[in-house]
Write a protein that binds this ligand. Structure first.
Ligand SMILES: Cc1ncc(COP(=O)(O)O)c(C=O)c1O
Length: 415
């Protein structure tokens, strides 16, 4: 690359999913929003936008029912409530996920039991889940992290053998497939998020899908204060919150759903391009994807071996910053079990409930029990990604990675 080309290259600003530059928000959303505003009905209990979202999303993923709600956290909360664990029962989950996928377990008085992850993907696997199962296990939450499906075949076999329902957390994995089927439809219940940085957004919002009528009913009740809308003798049937999506969010989501498949195709095409550009770099691994899976690239992750690339993921991340690329070494700074809420059991007053009900092994967070988690977090470098990336953006990222790689390797090679 010439000096001039290098200078021009460094001028490139990547589109961001935190503003319009990296979002697919436009006239279609405005038109549907206008309709809702003009109708004067902003609540989904009376309007039609949210129910249209539910029908459309269920049809898209091929599920009997979808329930819209206020956030991905609420979606997970509703799924846990639908399964209805007894206090002290256990839900196996991942330590590398958003706290919004863990807090609902604690709110329902259940114990999150953390399975280790496969460091190649940072997803939990059948092998890591199995040792966490006990007589108290009431559900497994599988997060398809970064849009890369967990290896669902063996997980579903294990869950079926033990009669344990699987909740799929698809907040980052819209229309990803495992074994030819959309994630979210493989387990008992699937949860999605519409928060600002997801594949599609309404600012905040969530979706739950299921084929099970009883789970669907309890999910819908939970986001409606468990009031039996439409029933002959409605009541507040159980303890529940208001987690409804508004018609305003519904209007935006409806327009976003029409753009989802195209956006994902673009994300995938640009990811393939980057993978091709980075194939030959010692010490850098591009995403590992199971043979029967389709990754939808919420983020594009690299795995950096500091034995081969001095300074590892943090050094590469610092170098990329000079090229205007804001990557995230470690993704989350620490596994969920090292966050204060779990580590110090900060829950309800000073009660430490529900941790007070836990089996000691279920809350043993000794680092040696989580080799994959620590290895994965140490090596991972998470690159931002969105559907507005062009070939030029990807080539800019590839150029930046390659030049930082060469710089970091220099001492190693010279030495
Ligand atoms: C894997 C995962 N689960 C759950 C959530 C919670 O979703 P929300 O932020 O919409 O509450 C998020 C992200 O925000 C997430 O990435």
């Amino acid at each position: 690359m010439t000096q001039a080309a290098a200078e021009e290259e460094s001028e490139i600003t990547l589109p961001s999913d935190q503003d319009g530059s990296g979002r697919m928000l436009g006239d279609e959303e405005l038109a549907l929003l206008r309709k809702v505003i003009e109708s004067g009905t902003l609540t989904s209990t009376k309007g039609t936008a949210v129910s249209a979202v539910e029908r459309r999303f269920a049809e898209m993923v091929g599920c009997d029912q979808a329930v819209a709600c206020s956030s991905g956290t609420t979606a997970i909360h509703a799924a846990v409530v639908a399964i209805d664990p007894e206090p002290g029962e256990e839900i196996v989950t991942s330590p590398i996920t958003d706290m919004g996928a863990i807090a609902p377990i604690l709110y329902q008085g259940a114990i999150p039991v953390f399975a280790d992850v496969d460091p190649r993907t940072c997803n939990i696997t059948a092998e890591t889940i199995e040792p966490c199962l006990s007589e108290r296990t009431r559900a497994i939450i599988v997060t398809h992290l970064f849009g890369n499906p967990a290896e669902m075949g063996p997980i579903l076999d294990l869950a079926r053998r033990r009669s344990i329902p699987v909740i799929e957390d698809c907040a980052q994995a819209y229309l990803a497939r495992s074994g030819g089927r959309y994630v979210g439809t493989l387990g008992a219940i699937g949860c999605f998020s519409l928060q600002q940085g997801k594949h599609i957004t309404a600012g905040e919002g969530g979706l739950v899908v299921t084929d099970d009528p009883e789970l669907a009913r309890r999910t819908r009740l939970f986001v409606n204060k468990a009031w039996g809308y439409g029933d002959a003798n409605p009541d507040h049937y159980f303890l529940a919150l208001n987690g409804r999506m508004t018609e305003l969010q519904g209007a935006v989501t409806l327009a976003q759903l029409d753009k989802l498949a195209d956006g994902i195709e673009r994300r995938r095409a640009m990811a393939r391009r980057l993978t091709g550009r980075l194939a030959d770099l010692p010490g850098i691994e591009t995403p590992w994807i199971a043979a029967d899976a389709e990754h939808v690239y919420w983020r594009y992750c690299l795995w950096v071996d500091q034995g081969q690339l001095p300074g590892g993921s943090p050094a590469l991340g610092a170098g990329l910053k000079q090229h205007g690329i804001a990557s995230a070494p470690r993704y989350i700074q620490k596994p969920a079990f090292q966050c204060a809420v779990v580590r110090d059991q900060r829950t309800f007053g000073n009660s430490r409930f529900p941790f007070t009900l836990a089996r000691p092994e279920a809350i043993d967070y000794a680092p040696e029990r989580f080799p994959g988690t620590f290895d994965g977090l140490e090596r991972i470098l998470v690159l931002p990604w969105n559907e507005r990336y062009t070939e030029d953006h990807v080539d800019h990222i590839a150029f930046a990675i390659r030049s930082q790689h060469a710089g970091l390797r220099k001492d190693l090679v010279d030495g």
